[in-house]
Ligand binder design. Structure first.
Ligand code: AMP
Ligand code: MG
Length: 363
């Protein structure tokens, strides 16, 4: 047997080498970590793109499937205002009731954090704008703007819807508290007519849940986009930086510039080009000023926020859009977040930390 294996070792090696090469060509992303696996799908009403680096294709496929199902679950069981299966739907249904609604631990944390930012942002972020958002019928607008015979809501109806909003009118009654007095679980009481809308926080939450699921997945590096939100994680096999393009609001097919990032980051952008309608030459976009119930008009076309934490980046991008550059920068700094504003005249204004990460496109 010894002689046989020796005599045949050269041809066997030859077959193995060619077999290996053939397999590499066939498997695409599968056989080595230096080739990423890419996936595109829709979830949470938007396009989800995943680029995953894994030791093998099977690992990448199962991580990608897990991400897809957690996004579907997040929408169906927690966030949707439309689906009867979701917790937000149940909270809204209980508006005006004496017993309110007992939140899950997870939703308690989400709402506590949203309320905290609402207070710090002087109400520029307000998850109680549900009735205003419904009246504008934002969800029926195409993801990319459309022109046509859009008629803005009647001002009296808008006044009523705004009267039903206000984060400071929402009540949380702690049911379970932690050792340091923090609220772990609460009962929520919405006044009659109030509706929660977590549209400005959903993609951020999705990034946090994806980060959790990546931790034990065998994935060594990933970049995942959910609509205008982008998550980077881990490292590429060649250790180069992740590149995230910042869309030019004036020309949404082009980039303002590129962020170069290492490791884990959550990048959220709120822009007036993401979802809008136009009528008589006026653009109505999807980010509302809670003071007026009208699309915010703070001299900003887009805001990009960079934090380690998804929920925070998403809430801050919406709040900073409404606040404008000066107050927005102040708010971002207060949370240790990096921010980049594109103003109505096409200028960029950013935090010091962002300057080191952003390379403007040549124009
Ligand atoms: P984003 O694209 O993250 O800025 O979120 C915008 C979405 O959040 C809209 O489609 C609405 O559903 C909702 N929304 C709009 N304006 C506000 C606001 N000022 N505060 C909280 N949610 C808002
Ligand atoms: Mg947001």
């Amino acid at each position: 047997m010894k002689n046989f294996s020796k005599r045949h070792s050269a041809p066997i090696l030859f077959v193995l080498l060619w077999g290996g090469l053939f397999c590499l060509l066939l498997c695409g992303c599968g056989a080595q970590t230096s080739v990423p696996c890419r996936y595109a799908d829709t979830a949470m009403g938007t396009v989800v793109r995943q680029t995953l680096y894994a030791p093998d294709e099977g690992t990448a496929d199962s991580a990608s499937d897990a991400i897809k199902s957690l996004l579907d679950q997040l929408e169906e069981q927690e966030l949707s205002w439309r689906l009867e299966t979701s917790e937000i739907y149940a909270v809204n249904e209980a508006a005006g009731s004496r017993e309110g609604y007992l939140l899950s631990n997870e939703m308690t944390q989400i709402i506590v954090r949203c309320l905290e930012v609402s207070r710090e942002a002087e109400g520029a972020f307000d998850m109680t704008l549900g009735s205003v958002v419904r009246l504008w019928d934002i969800d029926s607008w195409a993801a990319v703007g459309q022109s046509g015979d859009f008629i803005p809501p009647d001002s009296e109806l808008l006044r009523q819807a705004l009267g039903n909003s206000g984060y400071d009118r929402l009540k949380l009654e702690p049911e379970v508290s932690g050792e340091n007095g923090e609220i772990l679980q609460a009962r929520i009481f919405l006044p009659a007519g109030m509706r929660l809308d977590l549209g400005a926080a959903g993609k951020g939450l999705a990034m946090d849940r994806i980060l959790d699921s990546l931790k034990d997945s065998g994935i060594s590096g990933a970049v995942i986009s959910i609509g205008g939100a982008v998550l980077t994680y881990g490292d590429k096999p060649d250790h180069t930086e992740w590149k995230v393009g910042i869309i030019n609001p004036m020309e949404p097919g082009e980039y303002m510039g590129i962020l170069s990032l290492k490791g884990q980051w959550c990048v959220s952008t709120s822009g007036d080009y993401e979802r809008y309608v136009e009528a008589d030459g006026i653009r109505f976009h999807h980010i509302m000023d809670p003071a007026t119930g009208m699309p915010a008009d703070s001299g900003v076309r887009s805001v990009t926020i960079l934090t380690r934490d998804g929920l925070l980046s998403d809430i801050l991008s919406t709040a900073c859009f409404v606040l404008g550059t000066e107050k927005g920068l102040e708010l971002a700094r207060q949370y240790g977040a990096e921010a980049l504003f594109v103003t109505a005249d096409g200028e960029t204004v950013m935090t010091e930390g962002m300057e080191g990460l952003f390379s403007p496109a040549e124009r």
